[in-house]
Ligand binder design. Structure first.
Ligand SMILES: [Zn+2]
Length: 249
């Protein structure tokens, strides 16, 4: 049942719509965009978060995400909404990756990007680069697991891990505006959110190092895609992060 729309309510709705349209949008969690040109296989790979290859004969452009991409982004690039995947890619090639990024990001109308820099950050634009494409603003969110992995990669052992982590995080938070964790992707949500005592953090770091020396676990941790099945060493890092309970603290 719908309520009768009077002139007055229609006027209020109209005012509200134009007010909302005029609000600068903040993307409160995003990542950079790809740098440079993408081949067809790379494009397919980035279009979905699935770790599995397309089924034989399958085409990601015919999956729901591909249909949305063609329908929404196609017209912005001067194409029909029902453009085929191959034509979409060749139009991208004609315009060039940086022009495509500019067109699509401008259409999104984002005023401020709040960027999680903890995933594939070497391959994609930094917060400043992302904002620079359209003259928007940016801020950084630090991914806790990435801080731990970087320390492990630098050779930080279990004994010094807790202090090193706190120092490094404090340093990064001089610039960044917040933190995030991907605990749910790698472990699930069934963890104790209570702040642990330092002794239990040390114990977790020791266990973690026994399981796999910290400096040797990063390559497998890093290779895991978001949402992927964790290998044991990455799992150990995440247990440690859970125990350190900086998540949501
Ligand atoms: Zn993210």
């Amino acid at each position: 049942m719908s309520l009768p729309v009077t002139d007055r309510t229609a006027g209020i709705v109209g005012e509200l719509e134009s007010f909302v349209d005029g609000l600068p949008a903040i993307d409160q969690h995003c990542h950079g965009v790809a740098r440079g040109e993408l081949g067809a296989a790379e494009f397919d790979d980035l279009l979905t978060e699935s770790e599995r290859p397309q089924p034989p004969g399958g085409n990601v452009f015919d999956a729901p995400v591909g249909v949305m991409l063609r329908t929404v982004c196609g017209p912005l690039l001067g194409l029909d909404p029902d453009v085929g995947g191959a034509d979409y890619l060749s139009r991208r090639g004609e315009l060039g990756a940086s022009e495509v990024s500019r067109i699509l990001l401008e259409a999104a109308g984002i005023d401020t990007y709040v960027v999680d820099t903890g995933f594939r950050s070497a391959d994609i634009t930094s917060p400043a680069e992302l904002a620079g494409i359209t003259g928007a603003r940016s801020a950084e969110i630090v991914r806790l697991e990435a801080v731990a992995e970087a320390l492990a990669e630098a050779g930080t052992g279990a004994a010094g891990f807790m202090d090193a982590f706190a120092t490094e995080l404090a340093s990064q938070l001089q610039q960044a505006v917040g933190v995030k964790s991907i605990i749910a992707y790698r472990y699930g949500l069934d963890f104790d959110p209570a702040r642990p005592e330092p002794a239990s953090i040390r114990r977790a770091a020791d266990e973690c190092e026994k399981f796999a020396p910290l400096h040797s676990m990063t390559s497998s941790a890093r290779d895991n895609r978001v949402g992927g099945i964790s290998r044991p060493s990455a799992f150990a890092v995440l247990r440690l992060m859970t125990s350190s309970n900086l998540i949501g603290a």
